[in-house]
Design a protein around this ligand. Structure first.
Ligand code: PLP
Length: 404
């Protein structure tokens, strides 16, 4: 039995090497078969606690009843119709997001990068249609905004752009959490500032409260739009539906994607009253964006977060995890820092490699991601219980102490 299952893994790895572009390097040796709740099951028959949740995507975990029913009943009605026509899930999800947020208008895309493309176009289009074009956009170093041509230009990390130049012009990068640098970079051509509230992809670095407040004030005073990229932090991930709520500000434009439809591809651009009319008819669009299947899934996710009280679960499990992780830090001396908010946490190791720690956790049945040489990131489903959290903590402690 065991032999046969290992054969499957070898087959898939070989075929992947033959047929798939090698962009992911060497992957974790697991062929995912199915999932249930916070667990994923491999074709090897083993069960893994999914502490990465598809990178902050599987908001409700796996095989959630409401989500599966919403997707299958929508699929039976209609999966896709083009945007020549109206569809109810699209309109209802847009309405729901407006009711829950600062926003006045919504546009749906299919991914985080695509939502950010929309936000960048919206900011430029807004100033263009006003008759005062201001194409320059300031972003932060170590940010991540996606992998399309404009979003690699927005991403403040040279390694993502280097092979692909010339990149889209009009972007400038300033150090994160540094107000003076930001102010100095802005001029009459600056139309927008684009920031994450937690830099997820570069090691889970949260923005300072005072910095975000000051940036908002500076933007308002200088007629610069504030774009907040909540592709990773949105949809309950940080313990509030949007992370901006915890910073006491409102953006002009905000993007969502990862967690919004619980795994069905979707992206969203949210805009306030002023910028929501920045696109004229014909300026922007999408074949798939806002299709009934993805929007029905999005509605199910948002409704389930509300009806199951998942925001308060995120808050209490997060507080518990942080307390226990800090205890492990004290006991083992192997953790330098625990950062983040809600169920988006970075565990910076003091010594030892994050990649090795990830693989050791994998061997014990836990899935996490490693960032750079020394950060472990967790972004589990929002349904994670304290009982499950403590199992992860004790496995991590064993790994850090080198126990089998
Ligand atoms: C993941 C991510 C993106 C890109 O999303 P894709 O769906 O992979 O295109 C953009 N911004 C942030 C903050 C992200 O975490």
């Amino acid at each position: 039995m065991e032999e046969l299952k290992d054969e499957k893994l070898e087959q898939i790895i070989q075929a992947d090497e033959a047929f798939y572009m090698p962009v992911f390097g060497k992957r974790v040796p697991l062929v995912v078969d199915h999932g249930k709740g916070v667990y994923l099951y491999g074709t090897n028959g083993k069960k893994y606690m999914d502490m990465i949740g598809g990178i902050a995507v599987n908001t409700l975990g796996h095989d959630n009843g409401r989500l599966v029913r919403a997707i299958s009943s929508q699929a039976r009605k209609v999966i896709h119709c083009c945007n020549y026509y109206y569809n109810e899930p699209q309109t209802m999800l847009a309405k729901k997001l407006v009711e829950m947020s600062f926003a006045d208008k919504v546009f749906f895309a299919n991914s985080g990068a695509e939502a950010n493309e929309g936000a960048i176009k919206l900011a430029r289009g807004f100033w263009y249609h006003k008759g005062t074009p201001k194409p320059k956009i300031i972003t932060a170093t170590m940010s991540f905004h996606g992998r399309t041509m404009a979003t690699i230009a927005a991403t403040g990390q040279e390694k993502f752009r280097e092979p692909f130049g010339p990149v889209t012009p009009g972007f400038e990068y300033v150090p994160y959490n540094n107000l003076e640098a930001l102010k100095n970079a802005c001029d009459a051509q600056t139309g927008a500032i684009m920031l994450e509230l937690i830099q997820g992809e570069s090691g889970v670095h949260p923005a300072d409260f005072d910095y975000v407040q000051a940036v908002r004030k500076f933007c308002t005073e200088n007629k610069i739009l504030l774009i907040i990229d909540e592709v990773q932090t949105g949809v309950g991930r940080t313990g509030t539906f949007f992370a901006y709520e915890q910073y006491g500000i409102q953006p002009d434009i905000l993007t969502l994607a990862k967690g919004l439809a619980g795994g069905v591809p979707i992206g969203a651009v949210l805009a306030n009253k002023m910028t929501g009319t920045g696109f004229a008819p014909g300026d922007h669009g999408s074949t798939f964006g806002g299709n009934p299947l993805a929007c029905a899934a999005g509605l199910a996710v948002v409704n389930e977060i509300e009806s199951k009280g998942l925001l308060s679960n995120v808050q209490s499990v997060s507080a518990y995890l942080q307390k226990k992780l800090n205890n492990v830090a004290k006991k083992t001396g192997k953790i330098a820092e625990v950062r983040g908010k809600g169920l988006l946490l970075g565990i910076e190791l003091d010594s030892g490699s994050a990649a090795d720690t990830k693989m050791n956790l994998f061997e014990k049945g836990f899935l996490v991601s490693s960032i750079g040489s020394n950060v472990i990131r967790i972004a589990p489903p929002l349904i994670l219980s304290k009982f499950q959290a403590i199992k992860f903590i004790s496995a991590l402690q064993d790994v850090l102490e080198g126990k089998e």
